[in-house]
Design a protein around this ligand. Structure first.
Ligand code: GBH
Length: 479
């Protein structure tokens, strides 16, 4: 890839795809309409104390009814792609068996609206809203769920495959498995490391079987979307090349295996790292990993979707128990507070994105890269019809500068989708955390372009960053 630095612009490659992303349960609302079944998130939201403020996705951004207005907004911003997710319980209310045509009708309307606006639909098949009926049969701890997923993928592709070119299987299997079944902070709210590792494997199997189902239907561009993060020590945050003690190096490698390579290696190389197998064997046993599973998981895919928010910072911590989100991390410390943070408390480290992209293209050169999520929550204040979110603009600018330098260093990055188009239901945080470049008033459902959206529009128009403003945000700006 060659990119020109034209005049005052740090230019991205021609054809670079700019877009935005959302997920069904976070934006759609209409939880009981047109035959939609219950998902594990409907159930989890009713659990007292599970969600900040007792919020639910019942109404969310009402995108189910306002999708045309939202597509107009995307068109006004000049976006080339919209990554949305399909709600499995709209398509198969019981997670298996007959499809609900009215549920598929919604996605057909949405896709047609996008195509009419010249926006490419990127359809994610699973962004965490498992049909409750399947959870009642074991959810992702049950092997059968992976086979049900492939059936569901076929049903969606049968209806939309003539119009959707880009398909994404499962979003962030690490989060589903380890926050949902291990930590219990996401649906279904279970707290078992054994369940978490089983779920993790079955989500990977679902990905592989899903790719096969989509391919059989003729799908052209298929991706797996992972939450990935460079794993570094606190000292390496500002000095990535720093040499490590053997104990720190072991801590970094172990956590990298658990959060990154547990997913990358099976999907892209057909094998779990030895280190992962040892930990899974010790905690959950290996009986759930059947002969042939790795071959089923290892399907050729065109794209790897990268959701990047913050690095994972660790160091050796002799005697410490495992972090409950990362079973297998005994004797490792997860220090916080090494950089200014967003409203989520996540440290802001734009260089983590360049590091990650360069490493992925080096280690997995066969797959193209797309940033399928990157963005930040900040405490926005509305003044009149403006939202002056300079902190979000600085966040995006810093990360896009990092993405640009990764491309210059050889990363095969093809697109960038901002998380998120709209303020939305931020899972366990409810509506209190706002990630949108478009503000949503959840009382009136009024949409308002934030300053970051106006900045993004200009970026898309010039397909690049302005050099005079392209710089890392200062601590004051992001504090
Ligand atoms: C994404 O998950 C989701 O796909 C999306 O639905 C969601 O709205 C969005 O992020 C924002 O949350 O170790 O404390 O520094 C991102 C999940 C976020 C999981 C960062 C690991 C590390 C936090 N990842 N997190 S910390």
């Amino acid at each position: 890839t060659t990119i020109a630095n034209r005049g005052q612009t740090l230019a991205f490659p021609a054809g670079f795809v700019w877009g935005s992303a959302t997920a069904a349960y976070q934006v759609e609302g209409a939880a009981r309409e047109d035959g939609r079944g219950e998902s594990i998130w409907d159930t989890f939201c009713r659990r007292p104390g599970a969600i900040a403020g007792g919020h639910t996705g019942d109404t969310a951004c009402d995108h189910y009814h306002r999708y045309a207005e939202d597509v107009r907004l995307m068109k006004a911003l000049g976006l080339a792609a919209y990554r949305f997710s399909v709600a499995w319980p709209r398509v198969q209310p019981d997670g298996s068996g007959p499809v609900n045509p009215a549920g598929l009708d919604f996605y057909e309307r949405l896709v047609d609206e996008l195509l009419a606006a010249g926006i490419a639909p990127y359809a994610t098949l699973y962004h965490w809203d498992l049909p409750q009926a399947l959870e009642d049969r074991g959810g992702w701890t049950a092997r059968d769920t992976a086979y049900r997923f492939a059936e569901y993928a076929t049903a969606v592709h049968d209806r939309l495959g003539d119009r959707v070119n880009t398909w994404m299987t499962v979003n962030e299997p690490w989060v589903s498995a380890f926050l949902g079944y291990g930590m219990g902070v996401h649906a279904p709210g279970l707290t078992s490391s054994v369940d978490a590792f089983r779920a993790s494997h079955h989500l990977l199997l679902a990905h592989g079987l899903g790719v096969q189902a989509l391919r059989a239907g003729g799908a052209r561009e298929i991706a797996l979307t992972l939450n990935l993060a460079p794993v570094v020590t606190p000292a390496q945050v500002n000095d990535p090349g720093l040499a490590l003690s053997p104990a720190d190096a072991e801590a970094v490698d172990r956590v990298d295996c658990l959060i990154n390579r547990q997913f990358l290696d099976p999907a892209l190389r057909g094998a779990y790292p030895e280190q992962v197998l040892k930990i899974v064997d010790r905690i959950a046993g290996l009986d759930h990993i059947h002969d042939g599973d790795l071959a089923a998981i290892h399907q050729p895919i065109e794209l790897l979707g990268i959701n990047y928010y913050t690095p994972c910072v660790v160091r050796s911590g002799p005697g410490l128990p495992a972090n409950p989100a990362y079973p297998g991390t005994e004797d490792i410390e997860f220090p916080g507070a090494y950089a200014p943070t967003t409203a989520m408390g996540w440290p802001i480290v734009p260089t983590g994105l360049s590091e990650l992209l360069v490493r992925l293209s080096r280690d997995y050169p066969e797959v193209g890269l797309v940033v399928t999520e990157n963005g930040a929550a900040f405490d926005d204040t509305v003044s009149g019809d403006r939202v002056h979110d300079a902190d979000r603009t600085a966040f995006l600018e810093g990360h896009l500068r990092a993405a640009h330098s990764a491309i210059e260093a050889g990363a095969d990055l093809r697109g960038y989708l901002v998380w998120s188009l709209l303020d939305n239901f931020e899972w366990a945080e409810g509506y209190n955390k706002r990630f949108g470049i478009v503000h949503v008033d959840f009382g009136t459902q009024r949409r308002l372009l934030k300053d970051s959206a106006l900045w993004f529009r200009e970026l898309v128009q010039r397909n690049g960053l302005r050099k005079d403003r392209a710089r890392r945000p200062t601590l004051e700006e992001v504090a």
